[in-house]
Design a protein around this ligand. Structure first.
Ligand code: SF4
Length: 924
């Protein structure tokens, strides 16, 4: 194995020198001094067990330091053997220990014993819960009501296991949170190349452009942040486009504080400038852009020559001058010129990223990613060292054991015809689609997902979840209480990151790796010679892990095998019992991870033992220019595609056939024929679309401003850090950022209560005057505002306010805080030392749905009216009219161009979607 920190210094090794990390051959037998006992020298014998952090999507490696005497985890550190995180973590990784030992955590399965949402619960056995849920699912499947089973996931934290499970059930029931998160950026990238996100080689870049907060909280936060800093240390310049002075922007060489929603205009001005300067990689463009198809299909009056295409680009973007874009974006022209200069100088070493932020805030926000990628296409910085690749080149997906074939179903509750391009399921429209009578759900799993709190318009979610005609049985699988679990029929406690098995891999850099999350107390016990049949035997209380839950549940859905489900979960060694995690992951590591069996054999280990020892394996490094990989072919068609045996393998050139990209043409599609064919002719090229919060439409005299509600705090997790006392001690407030110019105009001071009125309601919070936000724009982090409805259950007291929720009638709701955070008595003496009081305000409740007609993304930004709090207003008040939310949903629905498409498809076949069904299911 490779330790990814080259500066190894021994710590407490012979000679008592220090080391960054204990060497792996001593992980089972390490000694360390107790820092708290100083100046006394108290030694502890510890065992180090690797696992993977579950506190964001980065999946950094962790090492659990387990005291051999007490059997308890002393702390979590970074895992130096993990190729993505290389031994480093953010604050949230080590806070896993709070989550394990939280005195408020749910330790036993609970079933409601009163009306749904009444807060009355009884403890039940796992057998009772599993049999009840499985029986209901069996009946639904036997009665061909497959589309009444839905699995709705927030943070997956795994890759492929649930897809496999849903295929085994034959259910089109995968629902994700992507439409409230990242579908804007995904669609922008996908329309170029199918791959729906970038993988920037930050460490080797010379110029980095971020339209997100990657140094602070962004996607693949810690792995990316450390590589951005490496790039900067080697001389790279960093530019950040963000209306808010984020921690990331504060580290930038160039901070561009543009009006929200004008980012695409700015990027296209850079594109025009690069074209003007001829700072274009013509060899790359000529080879890899679909210019011939564009000219033939979209401009048949023009000659089909590359020169004619370049002339077309110049004409198309002629109006995007620097001066025009500067005025449109509200920035000075020199900032745009500086970005163009930086990109020109960097050439192939230009790296960029956009995720959430502009793409997730605006109507038409998906075009921001499309325009950003255009800059890479122009400069040929695609797949190059120091450039930016499609994500899938740097993500390793192993095969899962005994994978079932695709199902043949299509759920219009998840994939409504209005959104054929959505990435992915229209998850946040669920309450409105139910209200429209488009279906119902008999068994609804929420898994590490909290839509009542996280999604826009949570009161509509409460209305849906308390209607048993719409949602028959709600099962909340969760490591912690949540506002949504309160409205469940079963609350089933699942392990935190150190109490479960999962595999995953993400595009953290120009390489590939596979991480293995494992339950550290089970693994430590096994190393001491104990045996466990199931992980819950080693976890606290009766906390299960989901892998084993789904295996056992599936077994009980089909006890006699007559539904064809049981076969996918039977042990390969004994068909009379369910497959074990060792059998499942052992097969994967032996059979589908290149190089792993050899690395393991070199240490005298099996592949599973190797992964249990190190927690991760590097699969490839220095992955560049994958599109140029030669592919086999026996013909090159008139469409330019290379085929072998009738199957498309790549794209043909004079020098052979190459793999290319995932688009229909296998090239980078400046013009998307698919978009044009489905009715989006004008939007089929990188272009600038007007946002729903356009600054020129604001009536500022009437108090209107643009609200940015989606920035993260680096130390909190959406709703899963409520049980992490270290994190809440650091971050427990989120005032509204207001520029002094706006504050003066509206008579607002720091600490003063303000009322923020949206199109469906209002909320009340405190203001903070700061130059860190541009005038005309206000902002509040989305991480706070947790609540509970009972004083001692329903949410952790480290982080939640006690509230009343009142149905005011006629779809009007009010949430009002009764008290903030207070010290409490528990097994953890720290709970009596709580000194913070503010639980924050949930603003999402007052946001009506804004489904973008192309990407399906909820456009989070709000046009709001800002003013001082009114008589009777209390801090934390949220008042909402869900009937207005529904009206607004209908208005946005009018913007869509529903399918089916030209061939009768519900969705273009070439676009990705989770748990893809058989081809015939795509056709109406
Ligand atoms: S960035 Fe932080 S929270 Fe995310 S996986 Fe890494 S250590 Fe965990």
């Amino acid at each position: 194995m490779t330790i990814h920190d080259p500066t190894e210094i021994p710590r407490l090794l012979p000679g008592s020198e220090l080391t960054n990390f204990p060497p792996p051959d001593r992980w089972d037998d390490w000694e360390e001094y107790d820092a708290k006992a100083w100046p006394e020298r108290v030694k502890h014998n510890v065992r180090l067990v690797p696992t993977t952090c579950f506190n964001c999507e980065s999946a950094c490696g962790l090492l659990a330091v387990i005291d051999k005497e007490t059997g308890k985890v002393r702390r979590f550190e970074g895992n130096p053997a993990h190729p993505g995180s290389r031994g480093r973590n953010c604050a949230k990784g080590p806070a896993t220990i709070n989550q394990m030992y939280d005195p408020e955590r749910i330790l036993h399965p609970l079933r409601r014993s009163g009306p749904r949402g009444s807060g009355q619960w009884e403890q039940v056995t796992w057998d009772e819960a599993l049999d009840d849920i499985a029986g209901r699912m069996r009946t639904a499947i036997q009665e061909d009501r497959h589309d009444e089973i839905m699995y709705h996931v927030g943070r997956p934290g795994e890759d492929g296991f649930m897809d496999r499970t849903l295929k085994a059930w034959g259910v089109d029931g995968h629902n994700s949170h992507t439409n409230i998160c990242s579908s804007g950026a995904r669609v922008g990238y996908a329309m170029w190349m199918q791959h729906d996100r970038p993988s920037a080689d930050f460490a080797n870049a010379q110029f980095i452009l971020l339209l997100s907060a990657h140094l602070e909280t962004g996607h693949y936060f810690n792995p990316h942040a450390q590589r951005i800093m490496e790039g900067k240390q080697a001389g790279a310049k960093l530019a950040v486009i963000d209306p808010r002075l984020s921690n990331t922007a504060s580290m930038a060489d160039i901070w561009v504080s543009s009006y929200p929603g004008t980012e695409a205009a700015l990027l296209l001005a850079v594109a025009r400038e690069l074209l003007d300067r001829d700072a274009v990689d013509h060899d790359f463009m000529k080879r890899w852009v679909n210019w011939e198809q564009t000219l033939r299909e979209r401009h048949p009056d023009r000659p089909v020559t590359y020169e004619s295409f370049v002339a077309l680009l110049r004409e198309t973007y002629d109006g995007y001058t620097i001066d025009w874009a500067a005025e449109e974006a509200g920035v000075t022209p020199d900032k745009i010129v500086a970005i163009a200069d930086g990109i020109q100088r960097a050439g192939h070493r230009f790296a960029s990223h956009t995720w959430r932020s502009a793409g997730s805030g605006n109507l038409g926000g998906w075009q921001v990613a499309r325009c950003l990628w255009f800059l890479h296409v122009l400069t040929g910085s695609v797949g190059t060292e120091g450039g930016t690749s499609p994500n899938s080149w740097n993500k390793f997906k192993p095969q899962h054991w005994n994978t079932p074939p695709p199902h043949d179903k299509w759920s219009e509750l998840l994939w409504p015809p209005e959104y054929p391009f959505a990435h992915h399921e229209m998850s946040f429209l669920f309450p409105y689609l139910l209200q429209d009578g488009r279906g119902k759900v008999d068994v609804y799993f929420t898994r590490v997902y909290n839509p009542v709190w996280t999604n826009p318009d949570g009161f509509s979610w409460i209305e849906a979840l308390t209607d048993e005609d719409k949602v028959g049985l709600h099962v909340a699988l969760t490591p912690t209480w949540s506002e949504t679990a309160w409205y469940a029929d079963y609350v089933l406690p699942m392990g935190v990151g150190s109490e479960r098995h999962d595999t995953h891999s993400y595009e953290t850099h120009a390489g590939q790796w596979l991480g293995f999350r494992q339950p550290v107390l089970r693994v430590a016990g096994e190393r001491e010679g104990k045996t466990f049949d199931r992980t819950y035997e080693a976890n606290p209380g009766e906390v299960w892990e989901e892998t084993e839950f789904w295996i056992d549940l599936s077994w009980r859905i089909d006890p006699d095998g007559s539904l064809g489900i049981k076969q996918w979960f039977a042990s390969p060694n004994d068909p009379d019992r369910p497959v074990s995690v060792d059998e499942y992951y052992g097969w994967m590591f032996e059979n589908s991870v290149p190089g792993l069996p050899e690395k393991a054999a070199a240490e005298g280990l099996t592949p599973l033992e190797y992964m249990r020892k190190y927690g991760a394996v590097e699969v490839a490094r220095d992955v560049y220019e994958v599109h140029e990989t030669p592919v086999e072919f026996d013909e090159i068609g008139v469409d330019g595609l290379a085929r072998k045996g009738g199957t498309v393998t790549g794209v043909g050139f004079d020098d052979g056939a190459r793999r290319g990209f995932g688009s229909p043409s296998k090239k980078l599609e400046w013009w998307s024929q698919t978009m044009a064919e489905w009715g989006w002719q004008d939007e089929a090229i990188p272009t600038y679309l007007k946002t729903h919060v356009y600054w020129r439409d604001l009536d500022t005299d009437a108090g209107e401003r643009i609200l940015l509600p989606i920035f993260r705090l680096p130390t909190l997790i959406h709703t899963r850090s409520g049980n992490a006392k270290y994190l809440y001690e650091i971050s427990h407030g989120h005032p509204l950022w207001v520029n002094p110019a706006d504050a003066d105009a509206l008579g607002i001071d720091t600490g003063q209560m303000v009322r923020i009125t949206t199109d469906s309601g209002h909320f009340v919070m405190r203001a903070w005057r700061t130059e860190g936000i541009r005038p005309g724009v206000v902002a509040a982090s989305h991480h706070l505002g947790r609540w509970r409805l009972s004083d001692d259950m329903g949410n952790e007291r480290w982080s939640s306010a006690l509230v009343d929720i009142t149905n005011l009638g006629d779809h009007r709701w009010r949430l009002r805080q009764k008290k903030g955070i207070e010290p409490f008595t528990s097994d953890d003496p720290d709970s009596e030392r709580i000194w913070w009081r503010d639980a924050g305000v949930n603003q999402n409740l007052a946001f009506p749905p804004h489904p973008d007609p192309v990407s399906g993304m909820h456009a989070w930004h709000q046009k709001v009216r800002l003013g001082r709090a009114e008589p009777g207003d209390q801090y934390g008040d949220v008042v909402v009219d869900t009937a207005k939310s529904y009206e607004i949903y209908k208005q946005w629905l009018e913007l869509t161009k529903p399918g089916p498409g030209p061939n009768g498809e519900r969705r273009p076949l070439w676009l990705n979607r989770p748990v893809k069904p058989v081809e015939s299911a795509y056709f109406v």
